[in-house]
Design a protein around this ligand. Structure first.
Ligand SMILES: Nc1nc2c(c(=O)[nH]1)N[C@H]1C(S)=C(S)[C@@H](COP(=O)(O)O)O[C@H]1N2
Ligand SMILES: [Mo]
Length: 543
């Protein structure tokens, strides 16, 4: 090997070191480790933001905070200089700032560990403050930044460590002399550094770009939703009777606000659908297959129905149930247009994310059942997590066999030929909602003062209707509760029982009887395979 071998330690002369040694200057490498850790931080944060909220990404929250904080003359100046590119300018400035801080963090961590980590953590803390103080933010909005900074710190530490193992901490000669490792060690530690940083960089770019694109799509779906104007219903729902809501504190409101509506689905990330690209395909065993765009759907005469949706996984006393005013088009009309063939008995609805539900065709065809393809929920377009832009709602059937969100196709088929998502996982193919009742107030294990106590809750027997609700205290006789005015047989109904509560520990139970005179039985049945049964029972202490 020649004396000019680049692998040999070179004399500590700056010029020779930099001209002969192929090793990049260590400061450059240390800065690159800093940049890499920033890249990883942002990539992982974007990934977590996918699950939390696209608007919680640290770049966006810090950008928004800056927009809020800069004096208006600066804003005016930027707009004057860059016009509608002002946001891009801001993001570029932020990117340069982040890059500069990242390089400094890399240098600090390499030479003065752990100060680089400290710098990263401080910048992260600023982003956390920015995230959690945005309007509409929840505490969860801190998580993209926290998880991202965690990953970034890991990369910063491991990267700097491997750099030191290869090149030293730079105290001896910042410009590139090796401390004095054997040639073999140098080659190994160099490879370890390069493999780590190279693989991390590739991973971070793939994850970061993918997550950012997905976040942008989700933000676009959110924007499309905000600008969407729903048509008014050709047949509106009757006004909700004032007497449907007893107005008892702690009792579930008779119509569930969208933000409180339970959410159940298999989607790790809420699908982002641009309504202008959405369509519904109706096909299978039909005389006429067809496809409907979102605009075509909105032009159909819309109907409004109040329907209580329930999950088969709802335990006795559980809260996986809600009631909403849905705006949509009757499925029976869509099916009439398709003209199902003789022998077809199932509609397999499919979501954009692959989820499927199998619904009896005959149920969807019933004249007196408001099965809808819904676009509106409580006067708004469907929230993204409740199926924007369109979902199914079928009164009387559990969600898993009927309420497909982000629906994109209806296949008319047979139960003997097809099976849906949850049926393949051990749940029943048929899922009529079972009659249930729940005590909302007082809550289980509550302490209540002796005297008059309003025991109240909700009861439901969708599409059949509730006939009566009874309450039992300890082992006394069942006593009738007073029902609120029901909205319809398709909705739950509130009830209240005025109890003269004597001091002591008591057990409270509730049971409902539907309009077919069937009373809930005592036997408790687990949720699998077709829904829980049993009496909701709570214990209270009266003092
Ligand atoms: N695409 C899709 N739709 C779905 C599901 C799902 O996992 N994916 N879950 C179903 C189940 S099990 C229920 S109970 C209802 C819940 O609807 P919600 O989240 O709007 O309350 O949606 C149904 N529709
Ligand atoms: Mo469900």
């Amino acid at each position: 090997m020649s004396t000019r071998s680049p692998e040999r330690p070179s004399p500590p002369a700056a010029t020779r070191a930099s001209s002969r040694n192929p090793t990049p200057r260590p400061v450059v490498l240390a800065g690159a480790v800093g940049l890499l850790s920033a890249l990883v931080t942002l990539a992982i944060a974007e990934l977590v933001a996918l699950m939390v909220d696209p608007a919680s990404s640290p770049l966006l929250v810090v950008g928004s905070l800056v927009i809020d904080l800069v004096p208006s003359w600066v804003k005016d100046l930027v707009i004057a200089l860059f016009g509608t590119n002002d946001k891009i300018v801001l993001l570029l400035v932020l990117a340069v700032l982040v890059a500069a801080l990242a390089v400094v963090a890399g240098l600090l961590e390499w030479r003065r560990s752990p100060w680089g980590t400290v710098l990263l953590a401080v910048v992260g803390a600023v982003a956390v403050v920015a995230a959690t103080t945005r309007s509409g933010a929840t505490g969860m909005w801190a998580s993209p930044t926290i998880v991202g900074v965690g990953a970034g710190v890991l990369v910063l530490r491991v990267g700097s460590e491997r750099l030191r193992a290869w090149i030293g901490d730079g105290d001896a000669d910042v410009l590139g002399a090796h401390p004095d490792p054997s040639l073999a060690d140098t080659a190994v530690s160099r490879r370890r550094f390069l493999v780590f940083t190279g693989a991390t960089a590739v991973g971070a770019v793939l994850v970061g770009v993918g997550a950012r694109v997905a976040n942008a799509a989700s933000a676009a779906a959110g924007a499309a939703r905000r600008t969407l104007r729903l048509p008014s219903a050709v047949s509106p729902a009757a006004p909700i009777p004032a007497a449907a809501d007893l107005g008892i504190p702690g009792l579930s409101p008779v119509v569930t606000p969208n933000t409180d509506f339970y959410r159940i689905d298999t989607a790790l990330q809420v699908p982002s659908i641009d309504p202008s690209e959405w369509s519904l395909r109706v096909f299978g065993e039909v005389e006429e297959e067809f496809e409907l765009t979102f605009d075509e759907l909105l032009e159909l005469p819309m109907q409004e129905s109040v329907v209580t949706l329930a999950c088969v996984s709802n335990e006795v006393g559980g809260d996986l149930i809600g009631n909403a005013v849905w705006l949509g088009y009757p499925l029976r009309e869509l099916l009439a247009r398709a003209r199902p063939r003789e022998g077809a008995d199932m509609v397999l609805s499919r979501s954009i994310d692959g989820f499927t539900a199998g619904t009896p065709l005959s149920v969807l065809q019933e004249e007196d059942r408001d099965s809808l393809i819904a676009v509106g929920m409580n006067g708004e377009p469907l929230p993204l997590e409740h199926g924007f832009p369109a979902r199914l709602v079928v009164p009387g059937l559990y969600g898993y066999v009927s309420a497909t969100k982000w629906v994109t196709s209806l296949e008319i088929t047979r139960f003997s030929d097809a099976s849906a998502y949850w049926t393949d996982r051990g749940w029943s193919a048929q899922g009529p909602v079972k009659t249930q009742s729940r005590i909302d107030v007082p809550t289980n294990r509550a302490r209540v003062p002796a005297g008059r106590v309003a025991v109240a809750g909700v009861a439901w027997a969708q599409h059949t209707g509730i006939d009566r609700v009874e309450v039992r205290i300890d082992d006394q006789a069942w006593a009738p509760a007073r029902l609120a005015t029901p909205i319809s047989a398709d909705t739950w109904v509130q009830w209240v029982f005025e109890w003269d509560a004597p001091a002591g520990d008591h057990r409270l139970q509730v049971r409902a009887t539907d309009s077919d005179s069937t009373t809930q039985g005592e036997r408790s049945v687990p949720v699998v395979p077709d829904g829980a049964e049993g009496w909701h029972t709570i214990e209270v202490t009266v003092a």
